[in-house]
Design a protein around this ligand. Structure first.
Ligand SMILES: [Zn+2]
Length: 134
């Protein structure tokens, strides 16, 4: 009795593709899930990547927010998201959910970063992470 063989060589299983939730510019939507960037998976990734350096993350996101504002206003000058909406989208999620005391040893963490740009963006961190418009 002849041996039964499947047609052709066996196909190797490709490794799973890990796609990062990065923005498609200039529309600033996630290239994986299509949501407004930073989407929930992107936020989780950023929180993990910048663990312990949330002020640095806030400054990074503030720069991206300004780039998004510029690009979205060029793309859709009459329907681009207003600055407050972009602020909430890029920085508002960094706020802690519950008030907490942030301290390093006996010293309270108090960092204030000001960026003097046209938008008069002000980033504060006092006792945790707080980001707001000045
Ligand atoms: Zn996404």
């Amino acid at each position: 009795m002849p041996e039964h063989r499947p047609p052709g060589p066996p196909r190797p299983t490709p490794p799973p593709v890990v796609r990062e939730h990065l923005p498609v510019r200039p529309i600033w939507l996630c290239r994986v899930c299509g949501g407004p960037w930073p989407c929930s998976p992107a936020r989780a990734h950023l929180r993990q990547e910048y663990a312990g350096c949330l002020v640095t993350l806030a400054v990074h996101l503030a720069g991206l927010m300004l780039e998004a504002d510029d690009e979205l206003n060029r793309l859709h000058p009459y329907t681009a998201p207003p600055p407050g909406m972009l602020h909430h989208r890029f920085l508002g999620w960094l706020r802690p959910r519950a008030p907490r005391s942030a301290s390093v040893g006996d010293q309270e963490v108090c960092v204030k970063v000001e960026i003097n740009l046209d938008a008069n963006l002000l980033i504060n961190r006092v006792g945790g992470v707080g980001v707001g418009w000045g």
